[in-house]
Design a protein around this ligand. Structure first.
Ligand SMILES: [Zn+2]
Length: 212
């Protein structure tokens, strides 16, 4: 015993199934795309430069309990406060904001209350799963999230916000999930462990912005 109804409904049901199947495919592609961002092998190391002005000489240091590969930068000459912080390589800003709390350390009150964490900070995605981080900036970053930056473009100024004893730039390079030894101008920095206090001195060749 049949009626006309089921045959009339069938095309509508088929259309619904097609829409559902397409939805599932789109969802699976989205999940695969996100997974690929995290699982794909890292690309080659970008030619990172020191995140400070072309031609300046800075001291790169670490100390016990800092963290392997983390680098603190202090200028060899002149005040650290307010010195330009530059992008190590071209990329896209993924974070430009406050990490932890700012505290109250400023050029007028250098021994003010200490904040927590990184204070004003910036993260840049350089593609190929390479990333750099810049902490303890003096003021809100000069860039915003999603902004493309060129190598040597100024992203902020050196300060002492967050958990910082004195004005300096805390800097990291990451490949995928991991921090790695920082490289500058094609050479490793030598800052690889934090079981003792030590420094190296490097001159910035972050000069792309200076070239015509
Ligand atoms: Zn540090």
């Amino acid at each position: 015993m049949t009626t006309g109804r089921p045959t009339r409904r069938r095309p509508r049901r088929r259309a619904a199934l097609v829409v559902l199947a397409l939805g599932v495919v789109v969802a699976l592609l989205a999940v695969a795309g996100v997974a690929w961002q995290f699982l794909r092998p890292p690309g080659p190391r970008p030619l990172f430069q020191l995140p400070v002005a072309c031609g300046e000489t800075w001291q790169l240091g670490t100390y016990p309990g800092h963290d392997d590969y983390d680098v603190d930068l202090f200028p060899k000459r002149g005040e650290a406060w307010g010195r330009p912080v530059l992008a190590s390589s071209a990329g896209t800003v993924t974070v430009a904001g406050i990490n932890g709390s700012l505290g109250g350390r400023t050029p007028d009150d250098p021994d003010g209350p200490r904040g927590r964490g990184g204070g004003y900070w910036v993260k840049i995605d350089h593609g190929g799963r390479w990333e750099t981080q810049y902490l303890h900036l003096l003021e809100p970053p000069l860039v915003r999230e999603g902004q493309r930056v060129a190598q040597g473009e100024q992203i902020g100024r050196v300060g002492s916000t967050g958990n910082s004893g004195a004005p300096h730039l805390h800097y990291e390079q990451r490949r995928g999930w991991e921090k790695v030894e920082t490289w500058f101008d094609g050479e490793p920095s030598g800052i690889t462990h934090d079981d003792t206090e030590y420094t190296v001195t490097r001159k910035s060749n972050n000069c792309a912005a200076e070239r015509p």
